[in-house]
Design a binder for this molecule. Sequence first.
Ligand SMILES: C=CC1=C(C)c2cc3[nH]c(cc4nc(cc5[nH]c(cc1n2)c(C)c5CCC(=O)O)C(CCC(=O)O)=C4C)c(C)c3C=C
Length: 767
Amino acid sequence: MQKSLTVGIVGGGISGLASAYYLAQKAAASKLPHLKILLFERSPRFGGWIRTDQLGPKYDNHVFELGARTLRLQSGNTSLSKHSAINTLQLLEQLKIFDDQFCPIEKSAPANKNKLIYYKQNLVNLNDLSLMFGGKPLRYPPFVYALYEYFSKQGRVKVQDESIRSFIYRRFGDILGEEIVEYLLDPLLKGVYAGDVSKLSAKSVLKKIFELEQTHGSVINGIMKSRQARKTEDPTNLLFNDLNLKDYSHILSKYAIYYLKDGMEKLTSTLVDHLQTLPNVELKPKQLLQRIDFSDDHVSICTRSNEKFAVDHVISALPAYELANLLDDTQHNVLRSRLNRIAFVNMLVINLLYRKEDIYPKEAFGYLIPTREHSHLLGVLFDTCVRHKVDKQKHGSQLTVMMGGAWFDELRLGELTEDQIMNIVTKELKKQMNLDEKPAVYSVARLNKSIPNYNVGHQDVLDDIYALIRRDKLPLTLVGNSYRGIGVNDIIYDARVEMEYLNLNSKTTQQKFFCFISDRMYVSLIVSTIVLVFITGGLTADCPSSPSKWCESKEVAQACNVTEQCQTYVWKTRASGERVNLSIYYETLCPDCRQFISTQVWNAYQSILDIVNITFVPYGNTRELYRPETKLYQYYCQHGAEECYGNLIHACVINFYPQTEQHMPFIYCTETTDGEMESVATECAQKTTIDYDQITACTHSRLGNQLQHAYAVQTESLQPPHQYVPWITLNGEHTEDMQKQAEKDLIGLVCKSYKGSDPPSQCVKNL
Ligand SMILES: C=CC1=C(C)c2cc3[nH]c(cc4nc(cc5[nH]c(cc1n2)c(C)c5CCC(=O)O)C(CCC(=O)O)=C4C)c(C)c3C=C
């Protein structure tokens, strides 16, 4: 009988609820028939920051939203964001609230088109046509800025990460940069993170733009190049084949954003209602947690009332700092410190309902206020413009005023009473909107540490967190807005992806794998053999079924059609047992890997190849998921789809050109050339006499997929597990000292490990 498994989800906001929903769905699809899900929430109510207060008939059934109030159907052009938007629509349908609740706003509606900026004491529309010819808030027409960015040679430097302010000043210089930052990006980023452009990370917040600039030397150049280039499929697009853009194209083409008729809480409350009907899900409100214990053989979630719940896996849907507080400070102090590095800001959200109908200076979504305007407010939302369809039957109009964010402490907002806050709000609205009205009703909500700010270094913090979880083999999955995205669509989609990737049986599968493959050499052998199986259509009758026997003798190898592979991977090494075996676990787009391969490895290759076998393992921190319906593995890479494609190209090249001398020049070339992966690989293949047609065929075939899988297995079976990339092993071993020396002086390290006779002159020099 299969052992039952219990998953504890901590945090009952939208990410915890969505995780429970998708995990239960996965269990129902019989992938995990014996799964029990416990969902712990501190308060009596689930839903977290998503909260809708119903004002009742006295106030015409208006609603006050505390958190998110609209959901986007589009933002940017990435297919990922489209998929996350469709995913939420699909969720609404599955919960059977779509027909009743979905209230879309047309792209052409003022509430979508008109986003205002409070500029030099006036409300300026960012959608205004005059903007195209220069004026407010930018002095010149946009093409001037684009041309400057394209041609400017200064500021083309490689950086790990930097603030958004520094990024823009670097690209546009002080004069143009100042305009863009102070009157455009500063307010716009307040409208998502309530954050400060001097602190927010360009790498994490302007991800795509930053990547384009770093790869192509200029954002505009990058945009042009990536338009020309073949689009690589986003790896997560294929993850859920029920998310079909075409099914929703009529909605996506017409509408930009939507809200729910009864408010956003309708989504979380319906999720709760649904989860309550599921026999394998237990909702646990009013649970104050004390700690989460990760011991070697068990995991427990302990409450402050001394209850202890044994679970097999924990999904944290808590803000990072709350999770940190639950971890043991001696065992996990580094993980705790990294989680605590993710900054959160406090907000004041003031909802106001006025009796008067026309309080808005212009039909719009609302306005945002640049820091340079020295207002106590971050921005104001024109709720009734947005909720026009539902609210037109009602009397009055609503505003939401946002205060605090990254400026909460500086403005000492925590010390203000409700009356003082309302005084400030009234004064500012009078000044900015010329509003003299007194609200019929209002609410002031203090949302402490409610919005994460992805500040400079956020990606490094995330990398450390994932590495520590992997190193300590913690059965812990992180979801929620602390890590990979803060929009509601993104949080729901991320929870779905994480639940899909959740492998509750990983320990067993890993052990099984070790029993099956005793010598890591055989992994390479199997990889190469797959090619032959493909070409020959299978093995002959005299070939044993177990790959571990294929190189037993020359005859067997011949029967299995693997003579060349045995020669390369097994016999050669046995014959030249003195050689040092160096393996490099890497991913194609990680900056440190590129640096390591193009300096240390390349130098070693050029000078001491006769004493070292170099094995490249292009996988690193990638994750894979097996899709039974296609019988293919799906890949999810740390540096995006381009990196998955790069890893796949490397896997194919290594496979068809197994000698180091054959594939190293190609690997070196691709790791030292910036640009879109497809064009870099084509160019490098030409330079290094690789038949790129053969490689392209491989990347599109089942073979390519299997080659990648073999690298996944090889990487996942590392002992100790890798914590970062690049990661090296020397004769199958890894230590921190070894790694440090490899990064400084790989030749010296290999020479020191070489115990054979007649060391090369490079080693003698090094002694
Ligand atoms: C123009 C007025 C706006 C104000 C004032 C504003 C305040 C504000 N918003 C957030 C957090 C988020 N806003 C998000 C999206 C978003 N915000 C605005 C405009 C204002 N925001 C627009 C037009 C949009 C896009 C449409 C939508 O999604 O509703 C998001 C979601 C981002 C995503 O990727 O989905 C967040 C989060 C804060 C903290 C804030 C306070 C000043």
